[in-house]
Write a protein that binds this ligand. Structure first.
Ligand code: THU
Length: 139
């Protein structure tokens, strides 16, 4: 695995420590990198209704969008699991719509990592292009 990802994985590991996960106890950290090198982090934020829980990846993405950031190149996601865990389907949909073919770096609390492209994790998407609007990643 490319050492260039270490900083982004460290940012996701640090963000994970802020997770609000009293129900699942499953803490997730994410760090999203812009084309000009800015890093926006997120953690999962759970809710007593369960259904209102927001994943770490979407917290990072929506923070970034609300701060005016656009043009994302990769996201690092960290969980305390033996095998690093990929993003859920809802996060794949939102990441695709805002980021297009993002590089997805997965890590755990050890040095174990994996690398994927979002187009492989999210094939045959429904997106803005499907309804004749703009290309994914261009919103
Ligand atoms: N979770 C994430 O933060 N990201 C994912 O991609 C999968 C799941 C969170 C949601 C919930 O707080 C906990 O992990 C268990 O599902």
């Amino acid at each position: 695995m490319n050492d260039a990802y270490d900083g982004l994985l460290d940012a996701a590991r640090a963000a994970r420590l802020n997770a609000h996960a009293p129900f699942s106890k499953f803490q997730v950290g994410a760090a999203l990198e812009t084309a000009d090198g800015k890093v926006i982090t997120g953690c999962n934020v759970e809710n007593a209704t369960y259904g209102l829980t927001v994943c770490a990846e979407r917290v990072a993405l929506l923070k970034a969008i609300s701060e005016g950031q656009r043009g994302f190149v990769r996201i690092a996601i960290v969980t305390d699991t033996g095998q690093p865990t990929p993003p859920c389907g809802a996060c794949r949909q939102l990441l695709w719509e805002f980021c297009g073919n993002l590089e997805v770096i997965l890590g755990n609390l050890q040095a174990q990592t994996a690398q994927h492209w979002l187009k492989d994790l999210f094939p045959h998407p429904f997106d803005a292009n499907s309804i004749g609007a703009v290309e994914p990643g261009a919103v």
